[in-house]
Design a protein around this ligand. Structure first.
Ligand code: ZN
Length: 316
């Protein structure tokens, strides 16, 4: 099977009350860890590439790695998605590069301007049979060059359900990332983690059947946070979205859940552990290998949180 777009996945996810995991890839080990997990769990997959990843690894290397993943897993539908495209030009470039899905994030722009930029991307993408994710409302935190509002202020920037209806109708986007209390990065909450499930519910009620997307949805798993802090790291205040809240969101209209921080932390934790326990080790396979294995087990676990394990066939 060639790369697919997310239309069938989201239709199945909406109907089945699950969400597809969208995992960020930057190199071979991360991709292999994710792909081996979905292959074992028979889950649909969105591999997403940020502008930072394009710059770091180069598109030709990432594309080659993903092509192998697709060829080796004919029963698994795989989407290649641009995460946080910032301009029409970036999105156009990715459509031209063979992405099957692109995100245009003009959420920092005024409402009308966001509609205009998203509409332009949708027009070009749809002409090339590529789907478009847009964003309305503002998330907190920072990830690469995507800087949001202060984490303590996210509740003031949640998606307005009325605006969401108008936005979707006028922009022509195929899915919508909403601000529902999450933030990018490893420091998502100052104290008690809280997800605005009422916002998801309200948007879903006004846009029946329309797929919503949750960004900033890593959980900052204690297992990896503790290893990082035990072996010389310094992330004591890291806090993510509780998995129980994510499970509830995917039962509503959330069809795509973005996970990057948890991948980064799994890999970092294992590398730190190997370096601390085996200071003489200098074979990259001896620390990247355990990192890749940790990613695989973490992703397998996530697929159950999202209830998308065993759903690959439904999404074809
Ligand atoms: Zn994001």
């Amino acid at each position: 099977m060639a790369l697919v777009d997310s239309r069938n996945m989201f239709a199945a996810a909406y109907k089945g009350g699950f969400a597809v995991g969208a995992f960020n890839v930057n190199n071979m080990e991360i991709t292999q860890g994710i792909v081996s997990a979905v292959a074992e769990e028979k889950a649909p997959l969105i591999l997403q590439i940020s502008r930072g990843a394009r710059k770091y690894a180069s598109m030709s290397y990432l594309r080659a790695i993903i092509d192998v993943a697709v060829a080796e897993n004919p029963d698994i539908p795989i989407v290649m998605h641009l995460d946080h495209g910032d301009t029409f030009e970036t999105c156009k470039q990715c459509v031209d590069d063979g992405f099957t899905s692109v995100m245009i994030d003009a959420s920092k722009e005024p409402f009308e301007k966001n509609i205009e930029i998203t509409g332009k991307v949708a027009e070009y993408a749809h002409a090339h049979n590529v789907v478009v994710e847009a964003e309305l409302g503002q998330l907190g935190g920072i990830e690469e060059d995507v800087a949001g509002v202060d984490v303590g202020e996210v509740s003031k920037h949640l998606t307005d359900p009325e605006q969401a209806v108008e936005f979707v109708k006028k922009s022509g986007c195929d899915s919508l990332a909403i601000a529902c209390g999450t933030s990018h990065g490893a420091y998502k909450f100052k104290s008690e983690p809280k997800l605005a499930l009422d916002v998801i519910e309200a948007v879903a009620e006004k846009l029946p059947g329309f797929p919503l997307v949750m960004h900033g949805s890593s959980s900052v798993l204690a297992e990896f946070k503790d290893l990082i802090n035990k072996y010389g790291g310094n992330m004591p205040d890291a806090m993510g979205v509780p998995e129980e809240a994510i499970s509830r969101a995917v039962k509503l209209a959330v069809c795509k859940v973005n996970i990057d921080t948890d991948l980064r932390m799994a890999l970092t934790a294992k590398i730190r552990q190997v370096f601390a326990e085996s200071p003489k080790e200098f074979d990259p396979r001896k620390y990247l290998g355990p990192g890749r294995e940790a990613i695989k087990e973490m992703v397998r676990h996530k697929l159950h949180v999202l209830d998308c394990a065993g759903r690959a066939a439904e999404c074809l």
